[in-house]
Design a protein around this ligand. Structure first.
Ligand code: PDD
Length: 278
């Protein structure tokens, strides 16, 4: 695989980053994941907007211009002949002798790579997934897409050990989000419900696109937080993310959602999303 590392396209085994990189030592880095389907980037403007926002929130400068970012993505796709999968971008604050206080003027480290992967019509999308409910133990600025992901990593591992595919995290009696996805439910009166954007969750790009599709297709929407009990009583549930599109959730904790199979509105949103992407 050819990867990108600080201005150079190189075989992955030749790419090098210092052990003093602050992303490595402190998680002082941000990232983005954009889906590629049929050789095309999906919702990429939203992802690059969010990359700029994450960098600004941490006072890390853009490593290259936005136009260059897009060129790097295109070049990686071409060199790796990527038809379906993801492009990962990561920008760290840069390298310096270890100190919590970062010096001014560091040069960001910017790496990017592709991952070939089936994204559409996966078993998870066809059959749905199960999620366990777990306390949200992450830091309080989850709106910034930082590479500091241990809360999600441990929660997902525990979910697998306990026989679930993933988790929905809960704070103050309300669902925040999935380990790497936005949580949605559909109520008995056919309203699509998802939590409003705030510092408590990542403002999902796929979420944004799906909310637009709801509007286009006349589905009723409520942007409000919901409890685990309301989620378990929902008629349908699903998650969205760049790497899973719209994926049905058919079990939450020990409760089956609806009849335990992906519901009709979720199915419609899945196909609207793919149609819009292609
Ligand atoms: N994660 N919430 C969290 C905590 C996430 O990590 C993600 C995405 C989302 C969905 O955001 P989007 O629709 O913009 O992908 C919500 C990516 C896919 C990842 O970390 O691999």
């Amino acid at each position: 695989r050819i990867v990108y590392c600080n201005g150079v396209f190189t075989p992955e085994e030749d790419a090098r980053i210092s052990i003093f990189d602050r992303g490595f030592l402190f998680g002082d880095a941000i990232y983005e994941v954009t889906a590629v389907l049929a050789g095309r980037l999906i919702d990429n403007d939203l992802h690059l907007d969010r990359l700029e926002r994450s960098l600004a929130a941490l006072s890390i400068p853009m490593p290259v211009s936005r136009a260059e970012l897009e060129q790097i993505q295109a070049e990686l796709m071409a060199r790796n002949e990527l038809a379906e999968g993801i492009i990962y971008l990561q920008v760290s604050r840069g390298e310096a002798d270890r100190d919590f206080l970062y010096p001014e003027g560091l040069k960001p480290n910017f790496v990017a790579f592709t991952q070939a992967k089936k994204l559409a019509d996966t078993p998870a999308q066809r059959n749905g997934i199960s999620v366990d409910l777990t306390e949200d133990l992450r830091w309080a600025r989850r709106d910034i897409k930082t590479a500091m992901l241990l809360g999600q990593v441990l929660a997902k591992r525990q979910a697998r050990t306990d026989g679930y595919d993933d988790v929905w995290m809960v704070q103050d009696g309300l669902v925040t989000e999935g380990s790497s996805s936005t949580a949605f439910i559909i109520t008995a009166d056919n309203r699509v419900v998802t939590r409003p954007n705030s510092r408590s969750t990542l403002p999902g790009c796929t979420r944004h696109a799906v909310l637009r599709l709801c509007q286009t297709h006349g589905l009723r929407l409520d942007e409000r937080a919901f409890s685990p009990a309301e989620a378990q009583a929902a008629v349908e549930a699903f998650v969205t993310s760049a790497s899973s599109f719209v994926t049905p959730v058919v079990r939450i904790g020990d409760v089956a959602i609806g009849d335990g199979r992906p519901g009709p509105l979720t199915r419609r949103l899945q196909s609207y999303y793919i149609e819009a992407a292609l």
